[in-house]
Design a protein around this ligand. Sequence first.
Ligand code: AMP
Length: 598
Amino acid sequence: MAVDSNLSSPLGPPACEKDAKALQFIEEMTKNADAVQERVLAEILSRNAETEYLRRFELDGASDRNTFKSKIPIVTYEDLQPEIQRIANGDRSTILSAHPVSEFLTSSGTSAGERKLMPTIHEELDRRQLLYSLLMPVMNLYVPGLDKGRGLYFLFVKAESKTPGGLLARPVLTSYYKSEHFKTRPYDPFNVYTSPNEAILCADSFQSMYTQMLCGLIMREEVLRVGAVFASGLLRAIRFLQLNWKQLADDISTGNLNPKVTDPSIRECMTKILKSNPELADFITKECSGENWDGIITRIWPNTKYLDVIVTGAMAQYIPTLDYYSRGLPMACTMYASSECYFGLNLRPMCKPSEVSYTIMPNMAYFEFLPHDPTAPLPSRDSPPRLVDLADVEAGKEYELVITTYAGLCRYRVGDILLVTGFHNSAPLFRFVRRKNVLLSIDSDKTDEAELQKGVDNATLLLKEFNTSVIEYTSYADTTTIPGHYVIFWELLVKDPSNSPTDEVLNKCCLAMEESMNSVYRQGRVADNSIGPLEIRVVRNGTFEELMDYAISRGASINQYKAPRCVSFSPILELLDARVVSKHFSPAAPHWTPERRR
Ligand code: AMP
């Protein structure tokens, strides 16, 4: 029931007293976006005044915007790498942040093929928790009754490693789920999950997924929302059910847990949850044994009101498949975050995926915006780019996000391009447009043009002895398979047809490409099973010329035409697919360990 409170918010009547406070907080932050930003910058600069980094730029203790903007350069990860490497190697002096670096967060963005290492400080956990605490109060405005059941969320921890200086390096969500903030969270009727902590915190991805799915099936009638962080993760869970429903139904029928689940803490907690229920086992068998998986989510979890998954950005490619499995349930994209910083939330989470906009919360960091105009001349030393403040961005314009964080990143380019779609109070709403320089992405992997080129170069070394070269190539992320996989179209020049490359060699070329990919890709292939084997499709000679003819017929200039390195437009894909003469898959998984190569 809505609370009649003087804390009532323009966002709508809150569902309970706690929600009222959260909504009021959002209102305060968004009404005073500029003042909050000014305070945040002053706080960051004064607490970090004595750091080596700020002293280097002679800020001399100034904490105002003008001095900051005139003295501190805009940087990328590569610019900060020497400082980050020193911290990773064990230098405990105050290099970037006055507060001790508590660990490194391994971003899915890469630098020189390795995950970026983002130094973080302990108190950032509070900021992340604060943003999480705002999500349900907003959701409750649109979907009533979420306190009457549970959320089936597939949440996972991933591999950790240590830097040479002994600091942990792990993904931000792994850090959060393993923190006391998550593990000992107080009971909240709006945030009850089907997955026990023991399953979420199990590092073995099979055992973790198996147990989370089993609990989801056992509590199927209580489930009101189904989710994962990204759409690709939820689809992986559905695929897991396709592959494992027999064993899961067997466990439910007998009340005995699959012996492949060996984690003692999971086995212990499942003794309380898993009881023999032949009727439920029969139901699961009936639903899963058919060929038709249309609407499987709504059939198994009939009370699901929405899917909670990010389907913006690269994840938009999964919307049709999720629609199929859920018979068009709404998909809520609730937040926008990164390893560097959690940014903000969607104040209209039940809107269509194509309309999702995020409101950046001005208390999370200091945000600046680099106008993104691909046609503008490149900024030079004499005319550095002019960054715009959060409250000054203009609706309809695109910007690249630049952040200054409590953990010590200063004017750091995140690499995301955002479009301003409107305002909530004085805080802008942003549509996520894309990440700069990303060509291919299946899960959290991000492959750019240079990485793809390097992969092709390395693979073509294997063709040398066949006197064969790749004359043109392009790629696409095939998400019709689960997990999705990279497809590379190759047009070959075979100089000696009596000695053309064998099937086996072309398969090896697939693996050689995978070995050249960055560590996030290889982790997805090896540890997370979130990416399938890479495929090379050889197309017949003349195909890329046809592609050019097609582009020119649609208005491309002959002089400037370059073969696209990635395609997604259906007519082009159809053209390419119609010219395929052979298909080849990677015969093995590439190498990957949690340890960094450098
Ligand atoms: P990571 O570096 O692994 O922390 O990934 C952070 C990046 O994921 C962001 O900079 C975005 O490019 C992307 N991302 C995060 N949240 C969203 C979202 N809600 N929609 C689209 N892309 C997102």
